[in-house]
Write a protein that binds this ligand. Sequence first.
Ligand SMILES: [Zn+2]
Length: 338
Amino acid sequence: MREISRCEICGSDTLNPVFEGRDMFSPLDSYPVMECAACRTRQTALQPEPEDLDLIYPPSYYGTNNRKFHRAIDSFLRFVCRGRCQHVARFFKAPGAILDVGCGSGLFLEYFRRQGWNVTGLELSENAAGKARLHIGDDAVRVGDFDRIELPESSFDAVVFWHVFEHLPRPRQCLDKVNKILKPGGMLVIAVPDSDSAQARMGRNKWFHLDVPRHVFHYSEKTLLNLLGMHGFQVTDVSHHSLEYNPFGLLQTMFNWCFPENEVYNLLRNRSAKLDSQGTLPSPGECRFFLRNFRFSLELISFLSLFPAAFVASFVLELCRQGGCITVCARNGPISPG
Ligand SMILES: [Zn+2]
């Protein structure tokens, strides 16, 4: 891991400590989060080098056959993915070429392919790319690091980073590359957790979407828009809505203050994708026979009872631009001065 000494966004050498976050896949490891005094961007003080990736993305991060969650959760995610596709597709009058960086299962691109788009998905490893190949075909999936992989210039109408951009250790180089590969007037779509949201401020180092050390940067609407402006992008739309991330993130964050961290989230994950059980997290056996465990039963029943309230609260927070995540759409354009 590389220790940062200056802000990777603006170059300032004044970084103030905010708190230490714990790795949910390795709960005994913690990572300081720093905030730049100049541009206010939060960044994890220890940033992964290429040789660290296997360590911080263990096989359980992806699950067997890229199945992270139980079947019912996968069905729900498939449902919300369609809404995500429609959100992006409405900005285009006709199909074009789209690149999804960190395409996961490929569901997002499958929708666009059916609408007549020329689709390309990018994943970090062959293991992660396997499921995407099933959905969109071998030829449409490429394996490699976005920084290093060769992509044709001015060739895409849309480039999408869906909860991927916060994982990238060199966002400025990344945006330079996006500017090169997008056609003039093409669209960049970035969805990230919002580090200035109500659930982030309430949760602090127990915020469910903090996810250190995989999340290298912790953007707010202000810091992300500032970064996009530095690279000449014209922001056309900012959404705080996420059915997939906001209600669950809000409730799991609240529960992280009262119970061992991310226990309910662990229960929802596929058997091959459980969080590390060396720390305070329950083993799969405990989850399966939860009635033997009074505390865990209490937690689960409370969680299910409070979920409708969390859903309503998230909706209200989204209306106040305080959802747990932000999705920004921006067009590339002339570089603005400064
Ligand atoms: Zn800075």
